[in-house]
Design a protein around this ligand. Structure first.
Ligand code: SAH
Ligand code: SF4
Length: 345
């Protein structure tokens, strides 16, 4: 039995051909799965009985199980999802006025080990399969009934949950392909998808020419020394090489901005001198900066800075001509905010 969500359309065409199904069956099946949200081939009423049976004998349509749901006062919903091997991951639904965003995980845990991140603190368990990444979106669509309820259409995806997506690029790339599937109402355009990475330079170099979604880089420091103290990956892939990749991105996509995420940690990277260094560091790179408030977690040794300090930091950036915004934390009361995700049951 194969998980049908693990295949792209092109791969399915080959697969269906191998089991004796004509090509247009692929479009019909895709429509049922990604546009109507069915989870069994028997529900595909425009397929004859033999075709339904052939498909059921060869494939299944995956969903993770919802193990726990936490609702925040701000409307954010955090889902603890149970995978087939009993591991758990978290996925977050973030409703806003004109859009609904899902934050997806790409790994169980994370090996990068950023010092401020709860996911990293808990270590790495395994990569998610493509169907486990796609299944997070589909199961939330089931839960909030995006299939029928227009108000609950999922418009955006951020790949910012647990894990480092570029250490699982193969499966993430299949998920990115399949997120697009379905009608205009169900498919999610790559313009509305953002992938965030801690900066796995060799993978970035390889994928930038083919990356259709938006790119966010977890920068978090204005120089290499500070970055290495909070992000061990900086010793592996140095800041200079990361910025060289960003310049290359600008050349390939002159109309797009890179987002740099910058988490403000009290006494670590939040002084006016650091702003100056940051401005100098990013000189010549077309970007915007997303300032992130630190979300605390039990056992973490860092502290966030005050909102006044954050505003001051932002003002200095703006004065220098850099577009800077402050990311409002969502779901903080239920530990659903950035860096608070962990897979405890
Ligand atoms: N691994 C990827 C994507 C997941 S983390 C990455 O690191 O980019 C998503 C974002 O949350 C990153 O910018 C990360 O640095 C940030 N983050 C991690 N821990 C945080 C915390 N405790 N408070 C606020 N943001 C945090
Ligand atoms: Fe991994 Fe991202 Fe957390 Fe760093 S911030 S440990 S890369 S999930």
């Amino acid at each position: 039995m194969k998980g049908i969500l693990n295949f792209t359309i092109e791969e399915l065409k080959v697969q269906f051909n191998d089991i004796g199904l004509v090509k247009f069956r692929v479009d019909q099946v895709i429509d049922w799965i990604y546009d109507k949200g069915v989870t069994s081939f028997n529900q595909m009423t425009n397929l004859n009985f033999q075709t339904q049976r052939l498909l059921s004998n060869n494939y299944y349509i995956y969903r993770p199980k919802i193990s726990k749901i936490n609702k925040s006062v701000d409307g954010t919903i955090k889902f603890l999802l149970l995978l087939d091997d009993n591991m758990t991951i978290e996925t977050v639904f973030i409703p806003e006025n004109h859009r609904n965003t899902i934050c997806v995980s790409t790994q169980v845990g994370c090996a990068v080990g950023c010092k401020f991140c709860n996911t990293g603190y808990n270590g790495f368990k395994r990569n998610l399969t493509a169907e486990e990444i796609i299944g997070q979106v589909l199961v939330i669509k089931d839960y909030v009934d995006s299939w029928c309820n227009v108000a609950n259409k999922i418009s955006n995806i951020v790949i910012m949950g647990m894990g480092e997506p570029l250490y699982n690029w193969h499966n993430v790339s299949i998920a990115l392909e399949n997120f697009k599937l379905g009608s205009e109402r169900q498919g999610i355009n790559h313009k509305h998808i953002t992938l965030s990475t801690s900066g796995v330079v060799p993978v970035l170099e390889k994928i930038i020419p083919i990356l259709k979604c938006n790119l966010a880089i977890s920068l978090h420091a204005p120089n290499s020394t500070v970055r290495s103290t909070i992000m061990p990956i900086n010793d592996l892939y140095h800041l200079d090489s990361l910025l060289a990749v960003c310049r290359n991105y600008n050349m390939l996509y002159p109309d797009k901005l890179i987002t740099f995420e910058y988490l403000l940690l009290n006494g670590v990277n939040d002084s006016p001198a650091m702003v100056k260094q940051l401005i100098k560091l990013l000189h010549g790179i077309k970007c915007k900066i997303n300032l992130i408030q630190f979300n605390s977690w039990a056992g973490g040794k860092y502290q966030g800075c005050s909102s006044e300090k954050m505003q001051d930091f932002r003002k200095l950036l703006i004065k220098s001509g850099i577009n800077a915004t402050i990311r409002h934390s969502r779901g903080k009361d239920i530990m659903a905010a950035c860096g608070q995700l962990q897979s405890h049951k």
